[in-house]
Design a protein around this ligand. Structure first.
Ligand code: NAD
Length: 236
């Protein structure tokens, strides 16, 4: 493996699977036994705020208690020892990269522990429950708070920054993402357009097959530590 100056990880629900957090879609399109359309679209939020709040209120304790696994910790090791820059773009709303003390993290789909006010835009952190009767501590309006999670129908965060990272990195590593949710699913194609080397770690090759130079088939918690060791061997 050659020496890289700037490494960009794209992580998805699969990197957190070995921490006991279920991935997004099962074959019948359900997320934790809910229809995606009912809990992860902006229309659902405006139609039935309390149903949507309940879903994320129920999810918060599990994500609060979850622990990073060997895949997250491998990125920590790389960031602490690699003579180069390492960035993480994650689609995950859990905070396992932060718990693993990873740095340079961009949550393009938001975070479970943040709330945004749809009236004034104020963002604040909480692991507690939110309802349609909660009041924004900034503008004092009731019923304007939403989990700071990018729903289908909303724009992902940090897109300018990520476009730049895709241009300047020289290695792109996708870990545990199915490659069906855009725009993240298109990042590998952009990276390839800029001539970046690309690697995928997944339990199975994904539909983005064409754009990856290398597929590593296996569990993130096993394969990512191996890949990190290979990168660290070429550190000098
Ligand atoms: P996805 O559920 O669509 O796909 C998960 C992928 O991970 C699959 O391709 C699967 O084969 C692979 N995978 C499963 N276990 C793995 C393991 N141990 N090692 C390696 N690969 C493994 O997830 P996605 O592509 O991230 O897209 C879905 C959306 O779901 C994202 O927008 C995200 O916000 C949301 N989501 C987040 C979380 C979380 O924060 N942990 C959990 C579920 C869903």
């Amino acid at each position: 493996m050659r020496k890289y100056k700037k490494i960009l990880f794209l992580t998805g629900a699969g990197i957190s699977a070995e921490s006991g957090i279920s991935t997004f879609r099962s074959e019948n399109g359900l997320w934790n036994n809910h229809r995606v359309e009912d809990v992860a679209t902006i229309e659902a939020y405006y139609k039935n705020q309390d149903y949507v709040h309940d879903f994320y209120n129920n999810m918060r304790p599990d994500l609060w208690n979850s622990k990073p696994n060997d895949a997250h910790l491998a990125i920590t090791k790389l960031q602490q020892n690699y003579d180069g820059e390492v960035y993480i773009v994650t689609q995950n709303i859990d905070t396992l990269h932060e718990k693993a003390k990873n740095k340079n993290i961009y949550h393009i789909h938001g975070q479970i522990n943040q709330i945004v006010c749809m009236n004034c835009g104020n963002i604040y952190e909480t692991w507690g429950d939110v309802t349609s009767e909660s009041i924004c501590c900034n503008c004092n309006l009731m019923g304007t708070l939403k989990p700071n999670i990018v729903f289908f129908g909303e724009y992902p965060l940090y897109m300018d920054k990520i476009e730049n990272l895709l241009r300047i990195c020289d290695l792109f590593i996708s870990v545990g993402t199915s490659g069906v949710v855009y725009p993240a699913a298109g990042f590998v194609q952009t990276a390839k357009y800029y001539g970046v080397d690309t690697i995928e770690i997944n339990l199975e090759p994904t539909s983005n097959n064409l754009y990856f130079d290398k597929h590593i088939v296996g569990k993130a918690g096993v394969e990512l530590p191996r890949l990190v060791e290979a990168l660290l061997k070429n550190n000098d």
